[in-house]
Each structure stands twice: as structure tokens, then as C-alpha cells.
Design a protein around this ligand. Sequence first.
Ligand code: HEC
Length: 139
Amino acid sequence: MKRTLWIILFVFIAMQFIQTEKINKQTPKELEIKAPEPIMTMLKNACYDCHSNEVKWPWYSNIAPLSWMIDRHVSHGISALNFSEWENYTEEEKKKELKEIFRTAYASMPLADYITFHEEADLTREQRTMIRDWTGVKK
Ligand code: HEC
């Protein structure tokens, strides 16, 4: 029993040596999405940690294996949609992303396990409706 605990401790410590990269790419402010208040505040509070170059890394993002999970969400999120580089998208891509935002705002976004740790990302139905209306997508 004691030996098992030592092994677990050893593995846990060893895992800490596999660190993730936590850099926010520097991009010109002009490329950022422009949305009226309060949409912008909602995007910043609920989406920017996975869809921008302004990711705020919480302290627990330094602890493996949580750090690996967070890193995966952030890198997948950014490659799917990046609000900091919105103006690099073509008109067609923007239209597609707005449609995706419209679709996910009532469903999968922000990710449920993110909301557990970030109260400010727990958007109400009304706030989600505001985001959907802002996309301009016809119901
Ligand atoms: C904890 C991280 C996280 C947060 C917070 C988050 N997302 Fe995501 N989002 C992801 C990941 C990861 C993907 C890629 C999912 C996939 O491909 O399955 C994604 C995909 C998307 C997509 C699909 C993009 C595409 O073209 O495929 C949209 C749209 C989206 N998110 C919108 C939002 C919006 C709007 C918010 C805020 C209300 C938000 N997300 C918050 C992680 C996050």
C-alpha cells in the first residue's frame, strides 16, 4: 500500500516536467473582432480564454495533467476560431464563423467544464440570445 502511494507520487511529480507552452501571440489590435458593448464583454468573459490571443492562464494550468487538458482546449479553440485575428478571415470565413457562433451559442459554447471554473462565462439564456442576434444569422 505504502509502495503504491510512493509510485503515484513519483508519477505525479514526473508529469510536472512535461510542461505546456503558454504564450499569447502578439497581433495588431486592428485584426481583433469589433462588436458593440455588451457583446464584446461577453465574448471576452466567456470565449477569449480559448478563442483569442489574450488567454488568461489560471494557476492550475501549471499543474499536470490539468495543464494538458487546458492546453488542448486552448489550442483547438484558437485554431477553430480566433477573435484576435478576425480580420484575417475572408468574408466567406466570417460568415461561416458567425453561423457557427449562432449554432453553438445555445449549445456547446463555452465548454461546460470551463464554466465550472469560470462563473463569468456562465451566460444566461438572454445573453446567449443577444449573441445570436448579433451574428445577424436568420433563424
Ligand atoms: C474552454 C475553452 C473554450 C471556451 C471558453 C469557448 N470555446 Fe469555443 N471552442 C473550443 C474548442 C476546443 C473548439 C473546437 C471544438 C471542436 O472542434 O470540437 C471550439 C469551437 C468553437 C466554434 C466552432 C468553430 C469552427 O469553425 O469550427 C465556435 C463558433 C465557438 N467555439 C464559439 C465559442 C463562443 C462564442 C464562446 C464563448 C461564448 C466559446 N466558443 C468559448 C473551446 C472553447
